[in-house]
Design a protein around this ligand. Structure first.
Ligand code: GTP
Ligand code: MG
Length: 168
């Protein structure tokens, strides 16, 4: 049919990794050097007409005190983007913990993408592309290094997920 498929998508990852910045770049084409830390979660939608998909996006808060809210946002999600900051090894560890939690408690058919964000800061890199790609491969995740700031591979992450959604 020519109808739109609605799909719930959740972003998870450490505070400051760039979840909100990726969503804002994708949905509104904007970027802010002083993006405010998310409180609770933010909801945005984005229609991808060519894929016949309307994403209903939950941009969660990475601060530890919000961790217990996360299941409300990933429950029933068709897709998840797990974000880390390539300049921060701890954010990569936290991304792996999110993947584990989704594997244990998420929808078993959930599509997952791993986004190594802040690729524009490669001079301060702490996580190699090879290490992250190997981890993603082992766990069946799509993997991209992204920059919300310079708009690298942001559209690709969401387009790839939209293309791979199971059709109802
Ligand atoms: P929480 O809401 O606290 O969980 O953080 P978040 O993951 O939403 O991160 P946010 O998008 O707020 O970005 C944190 C900081 O990193 C902000 O100052 C952004 O401007 C910056 N930032 C985000 N993406 C990029 C990027 O690709 N490159 C660079 N250089 N900075 C970025
Ligand atoms: Mg945020």
């Amino acid at each position: 049919s020519g109808g739109l498929q609605q799909a719930k998508l959740v972003l998870l990852g450490d505070m400051g990794a760039g979840k909100s910045s990726l969503v804002l770049r994708f949905v509104k084409g904007q970027f802010f050097d002083y993006q405010e830390s998310t409180i609770g979660a933010a909801f945005l939608t984005k229609t991808m007409p060519e894929q016949h998909v309307k994403f209903e996006i939950w941009d969660t808060a990475g601060q530890e005190r919000y961790h217990s809210l996360a299941p409300m946002y990933y429950r029933g999600a068709a897709a998840a983007v797990i974000v880390y900051d390539i300049t921060n090894q701890d954010s990569f560890s936290k991304a792996k913990n999110w993947v584990k939690e989704l594997q244990r408690q998420g929808n078993p058919n959930m599509l997952m993408a791993l986004a190594g964000n802040k690729a524009d800061l490669a001079d301060s890199r702490a996580v190699t592309k090879e290490e992250a790609a190997a981890y993603a491969e082992e766990n069946g995740l799509a993997f991209w290094e992204t920059s919300a700031k310079t708009n690298v591979s942001v559209l690709e992450v969401f387009t790839d997920l939209a293309t791979r959604l199971p059709r109802p």
